[in-house]
Design a protein around this ligand. Structure first.
Ligand SMILES: [Fe+2]
Length: 367
């Protein structure tokens, strides 16, 4: 008999005949906090990843009103620290884990509010799908948050936020909280109850030092684990994607596949990912483009930045609009379908999977 490796699990070992001695053996295991491999091989060592996390879509039209209501009812301040609402994967038992490694949340800051400073081992970023007027202060450096910007708070950097306007603002946070929690690696420390600098400069000191294409300051030749850039501005991301599609039209190699421009945000000191545990990317599909079916080890979260289209997750198609978010658990096949021009921000745990040599991927009809 042949076995379908795609759908089967490793067979359990032949089970011996039931007997009083056998039962006593299993009781002995239980009494001594032991559990034999041969009764659970299929769960512990599946033929391919079988995530408990499930593919899921969260609509911005649902997330935002709930965040706004939280703004009315829940104060932000010391203790609770942040008015952040975590996306809880339906397969992960109600915990605010969007995947086994990643946290994704919508955070909401009301007019003139301040989220107090703190720092933690966990790496964090913010991505802004709409709005402006909040500055995040990272190690004393005020960083403007505006639509389309990616803002970094690598592990153990003090950070707080303040809203300088009379309008509320919402954005998404991405962190490696579930990974840190499951590995028991987290440390946390309170900082100032207010942010340490209420200035509202257009560009942070980190950007003024680092954000000049292809130019590295000679005072900063030491590589750093995480990127020293606090903000990756939309104008640069947009220009990079626009140029990729224009180059493709001119017959030049520039896109990842026909009609699909994409960039990875990088640490300029190493050329690697912006932080040790999280990869950030931005994808733009030309109208009418359908990306190849793909599946990868590790999990990803996407947010639609602009445009309309659909995602197919494990064969199920869901239509998407601005702000909608979805998670792709490990080894789940996914593809994107663009109606008009379709812009999506993506983050994943790929740096962990690659560094530990667990990464595998498949592209094309077999995926
Ligand atoms: Fe934080």
């Amino acid at each position: 008999m042949t076995r379908d490796l795609d759908h089967d699990t490793v067979d359990h070992a032949m089970q011996p005949e039931d007997s009083p001695e056998l039962r006593a053996l299993y009781q002995g295991f239980k009494d001594n906090h032991l559990n034999p491999l041969w009764t659970q091989t299929g769960d512990l060592m599946p033929v391919h990843p079988k995530p408990k996390a499930v593919p899921h879509v969260w609509k911005w039209s649902t997330l935002l009103p709930l965040a706004e209501k939280s703004g009315e009812l829940i104060p932000v301040g010391r203790g609770g620290e942040r008015r952040a609402i975590g996306l809880a994967n339906p397969g992960l038992g109600g915990q605010a884990y969007v995947s086994p490694t990643l946290w994704a949340a919508i955070q909401y800051l009301g007019p003139r509010e301040t989220a107090p400073e703190h720092r933690h081992s966990q790496n964090a970023f913010r991505f802004v799908v709409e709005g402006a007027g909040v500055w995040t202060v990272v190690n004393g450096d005020p960083v403007r948050m505006s639509r389309g910007d990616l803002l970094l708070t690598p592990g153990w950097n003090f950070h707080g936020h303040h809203n300088d306007t009379d309008q509320p603002m919402a954005w998404i946070d991405g962190l490696d909280i579930p990974f840190s929690q499951q590995m028991d690696v987290g440390f946390f420390e309170f900082g100032s109850d207010r942010v340490t600098d209420y200035a509202t400069p257009n560009y942070s000191r980190g950007e003024r030092l680092w954000c000049h294409p292809g130019l590295r300051p000679l005072s900063q030749l030491q590589d750093t684990v995480s990127s020293p850039i606090g903000a990756y501005r939309w104008e640069f991301t947009d220009r990079a994607l626009t140029e990729q599609l224009l180059l493709e039209e001119e017959g030049q190699p520039a896109t990842v596949e026909q009609g699909h421009a994409a960039i990875r945000y990088v640490n300029p000191t190493t050329g690697g990912d912006v932080m040790p545990t999280i990869r950030c990317q931005f994808h733009r599909l030309r109208a009418g483009t359908e990306s190849q079916v793909r599946r990868e080890v590790g999990s990803s979260v996407f947010q639609v930045f602009e445009g309309e289209g659909a995602v197919v997750l494990d064969g199920k198609t869901t239509r998407l609009e601005k702000g909608d978010m979805f998670v792709v658990p490990s080894w789940v096949p996914w593809t994107l379908q663009a109606e008009g021009q379709f812009d999506l921000f993506r983050f994943s745990d790929a740096p962990i999977m690659e560094r530990l040599h667990f990464m595998r991927s498949q592209t094309g009809p077999g995926a």
